[in-house]
Write a protein that binds this ligand. Sequence first.
Ligand SMILES: [Zn+2]
Length: 263
Amino acid sequence: MWRSFDHTFQRVLTLNELEQYRKRSPEQIKKEDPELYTRISQDVKAWTDLWIHHVRTAVVPLPEKRLAAAHRTAERVDGILRDHFRARGWPYRPLDVVFLPPQVFLDETHRENLTAGMFIPFYPDSIFVSVDWPVPIELVLVHEILHYNKTGDVFGRPVQEGLAETGARFLVVKYDLLTTRSLRRLDTYSTERKGIELVLEAIMKRTGKSRDEAVDLFLGAFLTGNQDRMNEIFGDQTWERVIKLSNTRGDWQTHRIKAALGE
Ligand SMILES: [Zn+2]
């Protein structure tokens, strides 16, 4: 997809714009040059909408009923999270959901590379989600909405993925969207989640709070970007060490996390 955009951009953008588009990430362009971002994103949206229509109707026809049911699920998840965020004073940005046939997400040459949701660079404020397979819509949506609503870039990728997934699992069970039993069969982000569990256990041990409250605290730090509570619980230096581990490639490992936590 990247490549086909690139080809078309060669005709649409000036040479300077094209170079910026190649060098900078969509987030960077959005911040530094909102006008260029808008231009690129309008084109991407128009082409992608054509593609969506094509895969939904010609490639793998999606029944209207199935699509309507999926949209009702998305609305329910949105309402639940909106209230959950409001009750905690966390800012909430809703995410548009585009449902696609599962086949679009299957890479035939790498069958192990399963993904159930994706963002398309420059396509504004939307998540593309597979209808029902391989991971339940409810879990994918909560996971992606948590990602989308994070503030700042405090944590590195393993904490972002592990915490979005741990938080999503906690919330879908709390609000009766899925059962604990149905989650047991899914091993999504298991390595990243292992590290998150260590941090949660340490929070519980230091504060005497429940696991639910610990998840809430860690999610709050992720969503608001404010680390005050975590610094209070762990001390600035310890918490800084944990954050650093998540930002250094390959370092999010249980023995390192334990050492950073002083355990
Ligand atoms: Zn994710």
